[in-house]
Design a protein around this ligand. Sequence first.
Ligand SMILES: Nc1ncnc2c1ncn2[C@@H]1O[C@H](COP(=O)(O)OP(=O)(O)OP(=O)(O)O)[C@@H](O)[C@H]1O
Length: 275
Amino acid sequence: MLKVEHLSLQLPYYANWWRRCWAEVLRDVSLEIHPGEVHAVVGASGAGKSLLAHALLGLLPAPCRQTGRLHFQGQPLTAARQRQLRGRDLALIPQSLNALDPLVRNQRQVSWAAQRAGHTPASARDTATQALDHYQLNAGAQQAFPHQLSGGMARRVLTAMAHVSRAQLIIADEPSVGLDPQQRDRVLNALAALARGEGKAVLLITHDLRHALPIAQRVTIMRQGRCVETAPAAAFQGEGSGLNTDYAQALWQALPDNQFGNPLTSTDEQAQNVA
Ligand SMILES: Nc1ncnc2c1ncn2[C@@H]1O[C@H](COP(=O)(O)OP(=O)(O)OP(=O)(O)O)[C@@H](O)[C@H]1O
């Protein structure tokens, strides 16, 4: 569905106040995402994950220098096509909660996202209510303004907006940050269900491999603007001998609750094991 080939990106900075220089923040990034798949992009803070997401959606800060090729559903993903598809076939769950309009009630924001995806105003309202119910936001939270919600609740509103968008590709940038373990699993499992049940492609961006492995089919590890390795999620087991790079192996082996050989389970499964 989405093919990224040799994507490189440079952003400007100023040396000695006036001399403009260019910092290479993405370097030769290539990956593919298929329908029905959750593809996780995992890396430390500053690895370039959000910039990759913004490049796919045409949301990069200007000026910037971008090279490489993007294809979506077999066609080149040009700037004009990105504008046309954003919020429709391409949806973003942004990392920043500032993406919510502070002056618009939460339910209405989700309803607008549904209308942009082609719902009539009446069906958009119903769809928005169902989606917000699904993410356990009650009527009070639905009618509140964004500043009246906790960070985790606001993040669930953003997830509901992507949920109703009918997008073929959902890019989720740290969708579980600030959520308690149950809510985190709920959001991640909902993303997995969109891929599995509805054939959508999900690009899950996270700094925590533990959040990616229970739902992802493939994992790309990023470091300092580069793709270090793309591996099937099944390669993250045992001592990580199925992984090709030392960095990916080290990342896997460094997980605090890595039992080397026990596949990581979701919090729900862990809770059931305890019960
Ligand atoms: N607008 C910008 N101008 C200049 N440099 C930027 C800009 N946005 C990001 N960067 C730099 O690009 C690099 C990658 O940033 P990015 O936000 O993609 O990281 P990330 O992997 O998403 O990190 P995090 O997990 O903390 O969100 C960082 O070094 C950052 O300082």
